[in-house]
Design a protein around this ligand. Structure first.
Ligand SMILES: Cc1cc2nc3c(=O)[nH]c(=O)nc-3n(C[C@H](O)[C@H](O)[C@H](O)COP(=O)(O)OP(=O)(O)OC[C@H]3O[C@@H](n4cnc5c(N)ncnc54)[C@H](O)[C@@H]3O)c2cc1C
Ligand code: SF4
Length: 378
């Protein structure tokens, strides 16, 4: 933790977590002129040729840990591993920056049941915010190529690349089958407009970018620090302090020295992720004052990755270059034989425990009806 003077214990806003949510909130707050402190339990990710090595990927990266701070109870108990670094797991993300579809905001009866749960806003309400986020991320895309592409008030900030190498072949073949392939909107700086240009390497999804051309939060935060935001890496928030109905501070521990510090602010943004945020609420005993109460920390749903592999009979030109460019959305709304994707996923996920075990290693599918631990640890 950087040494901060006594007068630097109080800020306008404290943002907990430097992932996508925290970085986007901080972007607005810093540009509004507020004095922001961002607290992040992970460290900064070094950039260079080492990021291209096989052991820099996913769970092999030193920024992934199963050090045991999130214990999962329920149907599929275990330990939930996480990425911890400045920028959060999105440093390793695939850069695909979709907006949710209009239909995603309509309640799906098979998921909602008789709970009456609905999104409190529609796609139209969110459209200006999606546009702003795409500008911050510098998303390169091509509008209206996707059959379910939601309406947009303006173009993408940058144009998409033409499909190349295997992506071009997949595109052509999909068209010949009557499908409607689309360009994935990518938060990647292909032109060098925001810094160093993408080198179109073969290790993007699952790796931190060696040249920092991926527009993940770690690419956005340095500019916010230059504008005055204080970012403290290796600083774990272990407790949210409350007096009456207001938060009065956050208790932090320096991961290297073990030193405890309390920071306070006028406002707090809890952006510690789908596990980290409920974990802190429970650890701080704040769930009883949330309208969700006993539901805080439950019903976590994780990525559903159904993976299909195919082999080309010979090596394709450009196969070792970046080619994650094509999406096929024709089945997103369901097909005649299958209903919506959510319902489809549910049937996959009712598989024997052996499947869930594989999933913990990140290779397939996992759904965890879970309850995060109440113990605050670091
Ligand atoms: C390999 C991979 C590929 C992906 N590809 C894509 C993709 O192509 N497109 C897409 O849209 N999504 C993708 N995702 C998902 C995407 O990265 C996540 O949805 C997104 O990062 C979630 O953002 P968040 O802000 O909610 O939380 P997070 O990004 O998880 O941020 C939470 C941050 O809070 C920190 N934190 C947690 N607890 C504490 C604490 N107590 N004190 C201090 N700090 C704390 C964490 O270290 C973390 O940095 C991918 C994810 C992975 C892992
Ligand atoms: S493809 Fe481009 S953005 Fe992705 S890791 Fe390689 S250089 Fe970085």
């Amino acid at each position: 933790m950087l040494p901060l003077g006594r007068d630097r214990r109080h800020f306008d806003v404290i943002v907990i977590g430097s992932g996508v949510g925290g970085a986007m909130a901080a972007h607005l707050l810093v540009h509004a002129g507020l004095d922001v402190l961002m607290l992040e339990r992970g460290s900064r990710v070094a950039r260079g040729p080492a990021n291209w090595a096989p052991d820099a990927a996913l769970e092999l990266s030193p920024h992934f840990t199963t050090a045991g701070h999130y214990r999962v109870r329920g149907d599929d108990p275990g330990v939930a591993g996480t990425f911890q670094c400045v920028g959060g797991p999105a440093v390793f993300f695939g850069a695909v920056s979709y907006r949710m579809r209009v239909s995603d905001f309509e309640p799906c009866p098979e998921v909602v049941g008789d709970a009456g749960a609905e999104w409190p806003y529609t796609y139209d309400d969110l459209e200006p915010f999606y546009a702003r986020a795409e500008r911050v991320l510098g998303v390169a895309g091509r509008p209206n190529t996707d059959p379910l592409d939601p309406p947009r008030a303006g173009p993408y900030p940058f144009p998409a690349l033409d499909a190349q190498g295997p992506a071009a072949l997949i595109w052509k073949t999909a068209r010949s089958l009557g499908l409607r392939p689309t360009h994935l909107p990518l938060a990647i700086d292909f032109s060098g407009a925001e810094g160093r240009a993408c080198e179109r390497c073969g290790t993007c999804d699952g790796y931190a970018c060696a040249v920092a051309a991926k527009r993940d939060p770690s690419a956005i935060l340095p500019a916010l620090e230059r504008r005055g935001m204080t970012l403290l890496p290796d600083t774990v928030v272990v407790r949210l302090l409350r007096h009456g109905g207001r938060l009065t501070g956050v208790v932090c521990v320096d991961r290297h020295t073990g030193r405890r510090t309390v920071f306070a602010a006028e406002r707090y943004v809890l952006a510690a992720g789908a596990i980290g945020s409920p974990h802190l609420i429970l650890a701080s005993g704040l769930h009883s004052s949330s309208p969700a109460r006993a539901h805080v920390g439950r019903y976590l749903m994780r990525h559903c990755n159904g993976i299909v592999f195919g082999l080309f009979p010979h090596r394709l030109e450009g196969s070792r270059e970046f080619h994650k460019q094509v999406g096929i959305m024709d089945f997103y709304g369901g097909t005649r034989g299958m209903r919506r994707l959510g319902a489809f996923s549910r049937s996959i996920l009712r598989r024997p425990a052996s499947c869930a075990h594989t999933c913990r290693s990140g290779s397939a599918t996992q759904r965890t009806r879970s309850r995060t631990a109440r113990r605050a640890c670091w």
